[in-house]
Design a binder for this molecule. Structure first.
Ligand code: SF4
Length: 184
């Protein structure tokens, strides 16, 4: 993957600073950055662009504001395994297939297709969450990122301290799809 990254970056950049510079010179810096990273190994493999979206948000939200913010230039949802766990437990995504549901409960290794189904549903749900709440994807991502410690993998969730307690379905038996991936 490191070799692919180096090879592709030479073709696209030729270095990361130039990729960011080019993005900032465009009308939609974040969209331009994502399009560049769609051609770079380590980023281009994931159809949901998790790593590139997160990188874009970081570059934009750093105090240095490496990437310009333009109205309407919104990031796509950033869906890692913590976000999937939160979506499932909160009830933003419901698993209707009983076989898949029990695999998630038992924390079993799932197939790539099942993982993609769950992750895509979470992607759509997080997009809806941003739209319905009127918050930026950066703010929604920050909330979900922090939720990983309130609703952890190995210890009991801390529902009393959780801001979504009153709306949550508390499906704490559910776990994110277990699959080895380099996407997130
Ligand atoms: S209310 Fe509890 S179960 Fe629901 S997301 Fe928060 S910590 Fe997890």
């Amino acid at each position: 993957m490191a070799r692919r990254y180096g090879r592709d970056m030479l073709a696209v950049g030729p270095d990361p600073a130039e990729v960011v510079e080019r993005a900032n010179a465009s009308q939609q810096p974040l969209a331009c950055l994502l399009q560049s990273l769609d051609r770079v190994g380590g980023y281009k493999e994931d159809p949901l662009r998790k790593k590139s979206a997160l990188l874009g948000l970081i570059l934009r939200q750093r105090p240095e504001a490496f990437l310009r913010t333009e109205p309407g230039d919104e990031a796509p949802p950033v869906v890692d395994y913590h976000v999937q766990r939160s979506c499932l437990r909160i009830g933003l995504v419901r698993v209707v297939d009983p076989g898949l549901g029990s695999s998630l409960e038992r924390r079993e290794l799932v197939g790539a297709r099942d993982e993609a189904e769950v992750r895509s549903a979470c992607y759509r749900a997080v997009g809806e969450l941003a739209r319905a709440s009127g918050r930026s994807m950066g703010a929604v991502d920050w909330f979900l990122f922090q939720n990983r410690s309130r609703c952890p993998e190995m210890t009991e969730p801390d529902c009393a301290r959780c801001p979504v307690d009153s709306a949550c379905t508390h499906r704490t038996e559910l776990f994110q799809p277990v699959l080895r991936t380099t996407f997130y």
